[in-house]
Design a protein around this ligand. Sequence first.
Ligand code: FDP
Length: 342
Amino acid sequence: MVKHTPTSVVTIERFIIEQERQFPEATGQLSGILYDIALAAKIIASKVRRAGLVDILGAAGAENVQGEMQQKLDVFANETIVKAMDHGGRLCVMASEEEPGLIHIPDGFKCGKYVLLFDPLDGSSNIDVNVPVGTIFSVLQKITRGTRGEMEDVLQPGRRQVAAGYVIYGSSTMLVYTTGQGAHGFTLDPSIGEFLLSHPNIRTPSTGRYLSVNDSYEQYWDEPTKALMRRYRGLDNEHKPLNVRYVGSLVADFHRNLLGGGVFAYPASSTAPKGKLRLLYEANPLAFIEKEAGGAASDGTRDILDIDPTELHQRTPLFIGSKGEVDQASAMLGGALSSVGA
Ligand code: FDP
């Protein structure tokens, strides 16, 4: 395999092809899905970049399935991804945060063996204040026998993901993905319209620097969660405090902590007993990336990737980031995620 150095210019297309070549039995279908996602990301990026310039901001008037106001860009991002993906013959079904049920492949198009789950524009409440937003995606293999995908194909544990990734629309647009051979990051060069390899084989620090949590919910947390947060903040007088950073846009908080080390926490609370974030198209794909980068993800009692989903829009508490901090969460909240040294 070619060794990529920071000075060689490697497009996402070339990188995907080189990874695919390591698997002679590969049909190229998964690679095709990743190209199509990269194309959709470029289209969404160009729209997000112009959001402040054109009259596109504001609520579209419809409420999405979680009861949140949809912004126009959410609708645009959702449609862009569906249209980029529905005709390639690689997918058998899709599901999106923005749609209540399954998104079937239209009649007349071929069905393939993969399933795509996505959050088209995460952190959308941040759009009109110019804060980074993102797209998150997860790819599974079909497990049912028929041609069209079914709910059973979608409701698979994260451990079965064959690819996952996210796009962050920030000061630059970056796409980070994994197919289980490390997590790799690409930065969009807008002058040539290509994603270029900028962060090969991302490794997250084993202990963290940052804590990202919305602590305005502290009054609604249980005592173990409050104790965990005190420990993260060094208020137990035993540990060095983590640096608090909370954008409130999951992809942005996750991305910073992936590179710098730390933990993103969205715990269960009395007002949100299952947390807020969605298992299938938020927690699972980010957990797969995090694992490939050497980190971990837990709901406090289980590894996120081991949760058996029962509902399409299922929520989960989430502690994700450097292994040291996630292990602490598991130790203090009741789960034994991995060897907890503390
Ligand atoms: P948003 O509501 O803006 O779409 O997934 C939803 C999400 O953002 C995440 O991106 C973000 O991390 C979280 O919600 C923020 O929730 P709080 O406002 O409750 O902190």
